[in-house]
Design a protein around this ligand. Structure first.
Ligand SMILES: Nc1ncnc2c1ncn2[C@@H]1O[C@H](COP(=O)(O)OP(=O)(O)OP(=O)(O)O)[C@@H](O)[C@H]1O
Ligand SMILES: [Mg+2]
Length: 253
């Protein structure tokens, strides 16, 4: 069985009276794309935020390779290998694709070192940045300004920026959102290329894409995990079909 990199133990997060996540226990393994499904408001983004440290848990634990990281900050989690995409907010449009990745790679340095390092000094980052660009399919456009990229390429840049932080775990909240068919296929191919060396958690509404890429799926409804299983197990479970697949048609057309 593949190595468990990140897991949660009865994770709970409330907003006022609402339990956005309740008793959530999942395992992310290296070598697996783990898809997170569920209707709007099910708690998927909340779970990603709890794993990345962007919001604190109300109770329960987040364990990374046997270390309890429940109280670590997002930056501390990034340093030990948990990468998440922040959609467009992390892209500097006026900078080149390569510079965007270098800034992300550099974010691992202590603040003092960052201030004194020469902005032009690629030194230790060149290899990491080149690898991130290659794995995100952007090697050919490394010198372009981020603002000149197509929508699909900007999503690839979000992936490259995460990869430049050298993560073991990739937390991706709807990385295919707004993409055309070709762009989606490209991203799926890139993620398949990354999974051998990473654990990937992927939130995605497009069922065709999900079943094309996922090794394991977890279905959430109203903050709780309804079921975790293989694509076949999920597809054939009547409870899942009723609770999620039916609800999905209603909310997503
Ligand atoms: N910061 C917040 N403050 C208050 N309530 C929140 C907050 N974030 C999420 N919620 C609530 O928690 C529940 C779960 O939200 P979440 O964003 O995790 O759902 P989701 O599964 O990602 O949905 P979607 O598919 O629409 O992205 C929702 O009822 C939402 O309104
Ligand atoms: Mg969401």
């Amino acid at each position: 069985m593949n190595e468990v990199l990140l897991r949660t133990v009865e994770l709970r997060r409330t907003f006022g009276g609402l339990a956005a996540n309740d008793c959530v226990s999942i395992e992310l393994r290296r070598g697996q794309v783990h898809a997170l499904l569920g209707p709007n408001g099910a708690g998927k983004s909340t779970l990603i935020n709890l794993l990345s440290g962007d919001i604190p848990a109300t109770s329960g634990q987040v364990i990374y390779r046997d270390q309890d990281i429940t109280r670590l900050s997002p930056h501390e989690r990034s340093l030990i290998g948990i990468g998440r995409s922040y959609q467009k907010t992390n892209i500097f449009p006026g900078f080149t694709v390569r510079e965007n990745c270098r800034l992300a790679a550099q974010s691992r340095e202590p603040r003092a070192a960052r201030i004194f390092s020469d902005a032009a000094a690629w030194g230790p980052y060149r290899e990491v940045v080149d690898r991130a660009l290659r794995h995100a399919g952007l090697a050919d456009v490394a010198g372009r300004r981020a603002s000149e990229l197509s929508h699909g390429q900007q999503r690839q840049l979000e992936l490259a920026i995460v990869l430049a932080t050298q993560p073991q775990v990739l937390l991706l909240d709807e990385p295919l959102a707004g993409m055309g068919h070709e762009e989606s296929l490209r991203m799926i191919e890139l993620l398949r290329g990354l999974v051998e060396s990473h654990a990937i958690l992927l939130v995605e509404h497009d069922m065709d894409a999900v079943f094309a890429i996922a090794d394991v799926l977890t279905v959430m409804v109203n903050g709780v995990v309804l079921m975790t299983g293989t694509p076949e197990q999920i597809r054939s479970n009547p409870e899942v079909q009723q609770a999620y697949l039916g609800a999905d048609e209603a909310t997503h057309g």
